[in-house]
Write a protein that binds this ligand. Structure first.
Ligand code: SF4
Length: 746
């Protein structure tokens, strides 16, 4: 087949959609994308492509895709929508939001997003231009994805750090400076389908081929666990105890990097005292991991140089996620594996380019000093939680849903929901969020498909462009990349286009600054010295320059990390802080510690007696990203059913055969799942993939695409479970029981 054109671009947003940023080639014929491939010249993905990408054409041209703006014409939940023009849609939003602002104040509108990708820029831009401080991941209990880890690393060494697979150099593994990690700990993650935060599972396979040995910490036997030197099958939610136990072994056996600790850290003696409270024998009893395995894993990791840790969201979801992440970050600091080749390297965006303003100075320029001052006065959770106040601009989700219901301390009247299927996706205690959303006077949802959230509560639905239809850029670490539009589909618009248009209506000053989305992108790209078109013309991506803050290694020795240009780290003391000054100032324990899950065999034995299984949600699928893609035929064929993984001993106890439908229940309700009886899960744990709804079923109320029957988040309670306001969403630790379902469900 001949093609009219091949467009090279970046995957980073819905369709295929994950955090990855793969290089992509789109083959165009007669104004349509007809074939998709990975771009072999892209240094990050090197031509690899996941099933979601390969199914992009089925996603883009799906008959159910929303391709023009809609307004609700029946009652909420009836599923009756009517086509309207973009002008009518935006005029309606402007009018309703302006009225709410005049009557209740701008903070009465929540600006809600789901998983990260490229939405943080457009949505915070719109929220702040309108004047609301409440930019939020509504429903994400404990805000327990990524933010607790970020907070812990900022507090410990002033920057985000990630396993080094050579991704900061275009030469990758062939770069003479690069070294392969001798040992990799994969902690709470299955990085092959997981595809998290600009890190790919295939990079670990690349390292394994070059000699890396693995330690895997997980309640499930994963592909990586089956190839590991040590598999630590952990009790969900006890990762903090394991990290402290490993620190105990490393310090007591003098396995730490004495030179690095002496020259570049502070608080070692405090950490030593705290770690002494976690001898391996005690940790073994907490974690279900044999004492000998804890000791052996600590020795294997600490005696290999370099060694690195790759972790996942279960860390954030631990009770007190930000202290668990702190303990794990201490492991790479203690062993001198920070910012060295093959260790955990500091990850800053190439050239310092970000999709949205981080610095106070930038915020002042864009939105004015008065608004920035008011952010912390009105942002939900800022008064209660020092980390919400002092770190990142998010409102606290558990408090937000309560406030939506009570109106205390001020009413919440409307929600702008952009690329988030709250009810079919991230919301813990789904019924509570349903009730809260129903109370809203006005709800706008910007998305690509109808889903339980649009059907239940949307008053206006705006059609969003996929990666193949938008002009944007990606700036998560490296490379700095452009997203290039190849075609148009219906009247879909990019998130940036929608939000800039509305932002200008709410804040006319912005109209003077940014005539178009390209003006805005060019403004953000300034630090790299290229415009969007120039970057596109030179291949679409650029790596960070040598000897810069965004290129490893050992930047702390060269004075590249601190604002004052002195050697050291971007922390209050300029050192790696084992006892965090920031945590101390924020009224938190400066040292890491273990905290028992809110529901567990130890903390709530009476609940455990009734519900003896720990439900771990969130297992990733190679073909889905969170609640997306269930309607795509090629993908659904690979992973057709909402399943539950159950150990054979549990199946035998309750009389369940493989493939039978079962009921999973606790005091919060019950759901049904198809049993996959497998020895890969721990006998005291069941694994329940999240994000399930059934697009083939009736979307109107009460069914809402079947969410009340299959959505596991119904059984997860909200928090906040953490003193910091970050972490402790019980997505990995809710207690449940399983029984045979009555009658056929299929
Ligand atoms: S791995 Fe993620 S970024 Fe890469 S193609 Fe697949 S969905 Fe897109």
């Amino acid at each position: 087949m001949g093609y009219d054109n091949v467009v090279t671009t970046t995957a980073w947003s819905p369709g295929p959609g994950c955090h990855g940023g793969c290089g992509v080639k789109l083959y165009i014929k007669n104004g349509k994308v007809v074939k998709v491939e990975g771009d072999e010249n892209h240094p990050f993905s090197q031509g690899r492509a996941c099933p979601r990408l390969l199914a992009l054409t089925q996603y883009m041209y799906h008959p159910d895709r929303i391709t023009y703006p809609l307004k609700r014409v029946g009652a909420r939940g009836e599923g009756k929508f009517e086509r309207i023009t973009w002008d009518e849609a935006l005029d309606t939003v402007e009018e309703k939001f302006s009225n709410i602002k005049a009557e209740y104040g701008p903070e009465s509108v929540l600006f809600c997003q789901g998983t990260g990708r490229d939405i943080g820029g457009p949505i915070s831009f719109l929220a702040y231009s309108y004047g609301s401080p409440n930019w939020i991941q509504l429903g994400l209990a404990g805000h327990s994805c990524y933010t607790p880890r970020l907070g812990a690393m900022m507090a410990t060494h002033g920057d985000y750090a990630v396993l080094d697979a050579g991704q900061f150099s275009e030469k990758r593994y062939a770069d003479p400076e690069y070294e392969v990690p001798k040992v990799i700990i994969i902690w709470g993650q299955n990085p092959m389908p997981g595809c998290p935060d600009g890190f790919f599972g295939h990079w670990i396979v690349d390292c394994m081929k070059r000699g890396s040995k693995l330690i895997v910490v997980d309640p499930r036997w994963t592909w990586f666990a089956s190839r590991s030197e040590k598999f630590l099958q952990i009790r969900p939610g006890t990762d903090g105890a394991l990290a402290m136990g490993m620190i105990n072994v490393i310090i007591s056996e003098d396995l730490y990097d004495q030179e690095f600790v002496k020259n570049w850290t502070e608080g070692f003696d405090d950490l030593k005292r705290r770690a002494a409270e976690y001898p391996p024998q005690k940790v073994a009893a907490i974690t279900w991991i044999p004492e000998a395995d804890i000791i052996a894993a600590a020795r294997l990791y600490a005696s290999a140089k370099p060694a690195a840790i790759q972790w996942g969201v279960p860390i954030d979801k631990c009770p007190e996620g930000s202290t668990v992440a702190q303990a794990i970050a201490h492991l790479w600091c203690l062993t001198g594996n920070l910012d060295v080749p093959g260790g955990n390297v500091i990850a800053r965006p190439a050239y310092g380019v970000t999709t949205y303003p981080f610095s106070t100075q930038e915020m002042h320029e864009l939105y004015g000093e008065e608004f920035v001052r008011r952010l912390n006065e009105k942002r939900i959770g800022a008064k209660e939680f020092a980390m919400v106040r002092n770190f990142r601009g998010w409102a606290q989700p558990d408090l937000a849903v309560k406030q939506m219901l009570t109106g205390d301390p001020y009413p919440i009247k409307a929600c702008w929901i952009q690329t988030s299927n709250v009810l079919g996706g991230q919301a813990a205690d789904t019924a509570l969020h349903y009730e809260a959303l129903k109370k809203m006077e006005f709800v706008v949802v910007a998305d690509l498909f109808h889903n339980p959230t649009t059907m239940a509560v949307a008053d206006i639905v705006l059609p969003v462009a996929s990666i193949a239809e938008k002009e944007s850029f990606r700036s998560w670490w490296v490379p700095l990349q452009v997203i290039v539009p190849a075609v148009e589909v219906g009247e879909c618009r990019s998130d940036w286009e929608i939000n800039l248009e509305l932002a200008k209506r709410f804040n006319p000053e912005l109209a003077k600054r940014y005539g178009s989305v390209k003006d805005l992108i060019n403004d953000r790209l300034k630090p790299c010295g290229l415009t969007y078109d120039e970057l596109k013309a030179q291949g679409g991506w650029i790596m960070p320059p040598e000897n810069s803050a965004s290129r490893p290694y050992r930047r702390y020795e060269k004075g590249l990390l601190r604002p004052d240009g002195k050697p050291g780290f971007r922390t209050p003391t300029g050192k790696v802080e084992f006892a965090s000054k920031s945590y101390e100032e924020w009224g938190l324990d400066s040292l890491p510690y273990y905290s028992e899950p809110p529901e567990s065999e130890v903390r709530t034995p009476e609940v455990y007696k009734k519900y003896p299984l720990v439900m771990v949600t969130g297992r990733r699928s190679s073909v889905y990203f969170h609640s997306e893609h269930r309607m795509i035929p090629w993908l659904r064929e690979c992973d057709p059913y909402p399943i539950v993984e159950i150990h054979p001993s549990v199946a035998e106890q309750v009389g369940i055969d493989d493939g039978e439908w079962v009921v999973i229940e606790n005091d919060r309700g019950s759901i049904k799942r198809k049993a996959k009886v497998t020895p890969i899960v721990h006998p005291k744990v069941i694994s329940v993939p999240h994000g399930w709804w059934l697009p083939e079923e009736d979307g109107c109320e009460p069914n809402l695409f079947g969410i009340w029957d299959i959505n596991c988040n119904k059984l997860v309670h909200i928090g906040p479970g953490a003193k910091s306001g970050y972490g402790g969403g019980a997505y990995k630790t809710a207690l449940v029981r399983v029984k045979k379902a009555n009658g056929a469900v299929e």
